[in-house]
Write a protein that binds this ligand. Structure first.
Ligand code: CA2
Length: 147
């Protein structure tokens, strides 16, 4: 059974505690449960993580790229949080590791502040999903399942 990685960046551990009008009321544990169900439906194994540290996310993308190269993983759903808008290191990690990444955002970043409109992840990603709320994670997993 192949693995789907779901990596979440900074502050996503706060989901469900604040700003429900933007991010909804579900917690990160709820997101994990939703991803697990989606993976089960597609016969995939889930590896779900969250980190507030850029370097840790870089290391995880390297790991996902290796697993993919060995035929053990289908790809990665990455919600890089605010690092989306700042991190050349994450861009380089995706390219360098050859990782198949679906960039995901819970909110529609293009309908928000201008500083959220640019993404360093998008040019390195296979696909981009934004604005479907937490259910977007299941949609991204469905996309990876047929990639
Ligand atoms: O819409 C998304 O998923 C984002 O990646 C979320 C990031 C934001 O910086 C991106 O521009 C868009 C922020 C995640 C922080 O989430 C919180 C949730 C609840 C309370 C506080 C922060």
């Amino acid at each position: 059974m192949k693995t789907v990685y779901v990596f979440n960046g900074p502050n996503l551990n706060l989901l469900g505690t604040r700003e429900p009008q933007i991010y909804g009321a579900q917690t990160l544990a709820d997101v994990e449960a939703l991803c697990r169900k989606a993976c089960e439906q597609h016969g995939l194994k889930l590896d779900f993580r969250q980190s507030n540290h850029e370097g840790e996310l870089v290391t995880w993308i390297h790991e996902a790229g290796r697993a993919q190269a060995q035929g053990q993983a289908v790809g990665t759903v990455l919600n890089a949080g605010a690092y989306t808008h700042t991190s050349i290191a994450l861009h380089d990690a995706i390219k360098g590791a050859g990782a198949l990444v679906i960039e995901l955002h819970i909110s529609n970043v293009h309908a928000r502040e201008a500083f959220r409109h640019h993404s360093y992840i998008s040019p390195a990603a296979k696909a981009v999903m934004a604005g479907f709320g937490v259910p977007g994670y299941a949609l991204a997993i469905a996309g990876l399942a047929q990639a």
